[in-house]
Design a protein around this ligand. Structure first.
Ligand code: PLP
Length: 385
């Protein structure tokens, strides 16, 4: 299934998303990998290296996606597909030695923070929360740490980390660096190529891209770390179903088109919202005045497709905006072809330092004018203008 050797090296990520993980070219061969529905494989004697034996340990239906994502992230090894993003996060956190300290962004995906809290409560590790955009504070917190956990941009506050500096500082004190690359996608940044030890994804989001699967992935260049992540997946059993894996690869084929379109639209909407009379604050790294702008411009390709808006009038108005949209979908999650929005503090588990009127908008691939009309109308209705 590995067709990389057929390709000239140096293909751009947009091309790799289309070409990687295809069956070998042969007369009469399918262009797409087949879905194999089998929990077990014919096998006797001592299995050879890489031999398929039992689906929880590995199956050919995962491999095309794993190879494609590995190449997109610039990894020396294929990705490891998991049953959800959180399963991949849990596998990455299992690399922390018992009692070790993990330095984490104070604003990060709330369930990742919840898992860290749970692990801390049972003494597995301890957590130090930092403002990941404050490089000096992060470096100061790293002394004695076992792992630096990074989201950049963060969910939902869109803070941007100085990843190369943080990777060097963490390695300087012997800490591993794990990066949740869900928001940026490998088209926006490739943390392994900057020296990060582990990358995780909620494949559910941009990589699969159609809000029809829940999947995750973890990547590591280092052979030992890769083997530990694989062993974790095998013994904890949070594996992907074959059809979901196939759908994720199908979604991945259009990643570049979707991301290109949605981030251009996000930047345009952010620009217009910044001048909207019913908007108190807009966050999107594309805006020249955004705290993350200069760093994102230097470190990322593109500014991402998530933006945050605080309508004037507080959380009740924010809820009214969510209730008034007709085209945008009121829903959690992000990274689908459809645009969606939610007020993050509707969850009691969201960090209290996230403003309670903050709407997180995931911009999809619809027409920008249709999205703008709907949002503008909803803001007017919600603020009684
Ligand atoms: N990481 C980030 C940044 C996320 O936004 C999410 C989900 O929203 C996850 C991880 C968890 O992924 P999943 O829902 O696929 O388990």
């Amino acid at each position: 299934m590995n067709d990389t050797s057929e390709h000239p090296i140096g293909l751009s990520p947009a091309t790799l998303a289309v070409t990687a993980g295809r069956p070998p070219r042969a007369q009469g061969a399918p262009v797409n990998p087949p879905i194999v529905l089998s929990s077990t494989y014919v096998s006797q004697g001592v299995p050879g290296p890489g031999e398929l034996v039992y689906t929880r340990s590995g199956t050919e239906t995962w491999r095309p996606f794993e190879e494609a994502l590995g190449q997109l992230e610039g990894s020396a090894r294929p990705a490891l597909l998991f049953g959800s993003g959180m399963a991949a996060v849990a596998a990455a956190l299992s690399l922390v030695p018992t009692g070790g300290t993990v330095v984490v962004p104070r604003h990060a995906y709330q369930v990742s923070l919840g898992l860290l809290d749970e692990l801390e409560a049972r003494g597995a590790l301890s957590v130090t929360r930092v403002d990941i955009a404050d490089t000096e504070a992060v470096v100061g917190a790293l002394s004695g740490a076992a792992m630096l956990w990074v989201e950049t941009p963060t969910n939902p506050m869109l803070e941007v980390a100085d990843l190369p500096v943080l990777v060097a500082a963490a390695h300087g004190v012997g800490a591993l660096v794990a990066v949740d690359n869900t928001f940026a996608t490998p088209l926006g940044q490739r943390p392994l190529t900057l020296g990060a030890d582990v990358v995780v994804h909620s494949v559910t989001k941009y990589l699969a891209g159609h809000s029809d699967v829940v999947l995750g992935a973890a990547l590591a260049d280092d052979e030992t770390i890769h083997a530990r992540l694989l062993a974790h997946r095998t013994v904890h059993g949070a594996i992907a179903g074959p059809f979901e894996a196939w759908l994720a690869l199908r979604g991945l084929r259009t990643l570049a088109l979707r991301v290109e379109r949605s981030q251009a639209t996000a930047a345009e909407l952010a620009r217009r919202l910044a001048d909207h009379p019913d908007v108190a604050e807009v966050r999107h790294p594309s805006l020249p005045g955004d705290p993350g702008h200069r760093r994102a411009a230097r470190l990322m390709e593109g500014f991402g497709s998530i933006l945050c808006v605080r309508p004037t009038g507080g959380p009740a108005v924010a809820d009214a905006v969510v209730g008034a949209v007709r085209l945008w979908v009121p829903a959690t999650s992000l990274g689908g072809v459809e645009s969606s929005l939610e007020r993050r503090r509707r969850y009691s588990t969201e960090s209290p330092t996230v403003p309670d009127d903050l709407l997180r908008l995931s911009v999809g691939i619809e027409d920008v004018e249709d999205l703008w009309s709907d949002l503008d109308a909803a803001l007017r209705v919600a603020t009684n203008r």
